[in-house]
Ligand binder design. Structure first.
Ligand SMILES: Nc1ncnc2c1ncn2[C@@H]1O[C@H](COP(=O)(O)OP(=O)(O)OP(=O)(O)O)[C@@H](O)[C@H]1O
Length: 234
């Protein structure tokens, strides 16, 4: 389903983190969201996924529209996300970790959803390991498995390659492409690694001080003088 955010404003007391941001993501499209630190990228994911209610603006997906939504209702509609910092429960296995996420959704068979998500990420052989004991790169993959268990219409990835080496980042790129191919969902990916963004995205949206300053194919955005000035540098 196509997703649309229209004219979204998010104010935190005196600070305007999003200043009238609109974003369209088509079914099956991968959009990169880049911009300087503090430009509003994570805030846009937060208001889209129901972590915060925006000050104003609206959202729609398919035939449904809303101005504010809870995290769980967003997830039930298939708007799923990962977080910049991985938060895993102590002592749960990999399978249990994904099952908890799937149970929280409250729809479908939680075990079946969890097993399918692990299978999709080639993680099945690790299902009985304690999640917190996995290597960091694998924890990052587990975070994605958790976000795709069950209904998935629109996936938001917040810096999925943070802290990973080049090879591990390439794996994430492959995983993201496979998810799009299999599920046909729209995907938004925030990443500071421009190689990842250039490799995986159909389109790049650039935020600066809470506003969209550019949007277009990766190679075009890369040459945009405003983007170079605000983010890429010379
Ligand atoms: N819960 C909050 N309370 C107050 N201010 C916030 C809150 N969340 C974000 N902000 C502020 O909103 C602005 C945008 O932050 P945001 O985290 O969205 O930026 P970002 O582009 O994701 O940055 P980074 O690349 O560093 O992750 C920042 O000035 C930040 O301090």
């Amino acid at each position: 389903m196509n997703f649309k955010a229209s004219d979204v404003v998010m104010k935190f007391k005196g600070l305007t983190a999003l200043d009238g941001v609109s974003l369209d993501v088509a079914k099956g499209e991968i959009v990169g969201l880049i911009g300087p630190n503090g430009s509003g990228k994570t805030t846009l994911l937060n208001v889209t996924s129901g972590v915060y209610s925006p000050t104003s603006g609206s959202f729609s997906m398919g035939a449904e529209s809303w101005s504010s939504i809870s995290l769980r209702d967003a997830a039930r509609r298939g708007i799923r996300r990962t977080f910049q910092n991985i938060r895993l429960f102590n002592s749960l296995t990999v399978l249990e970790t994904v099952e908890v996420a799937s149970a929280w959704l409250g729809t479908g068979d939680r075990r079946e959803n969890a097993l399918n998500a692990l299978d999709e990420l080639h993680f099945t052989q690790h299902r009985d390991r304690i999640a917190t004991e996995l290597a960091y790169g694998m924890q990052r993959r587990l975070e994605i498995a958790r976000a795709i268990a069950g209904r998935l219409e629109f996936l938001l990835l917040d810096e999925p390659t943070a802290g990973l080496n080049h090879g591990e980042s390439e794996e994430i790129v492959t995983i993201v492409q496979a998810i799009r191919r299999r599920r046909g969902c729209g995907i938004v990916i925030i990443d500071h690694d421009l190689n990842v963004i250039m490799n995986v995205c159909d389109r790049v949206v650039v935020l600066s001080e809470g506003k969209v300053i550019a949007s277009g194919p990766p190679q075009e955005v890369r040459r945009d003088p405003q983007v170079i000035k605000a983010y890429l540098g010379s």
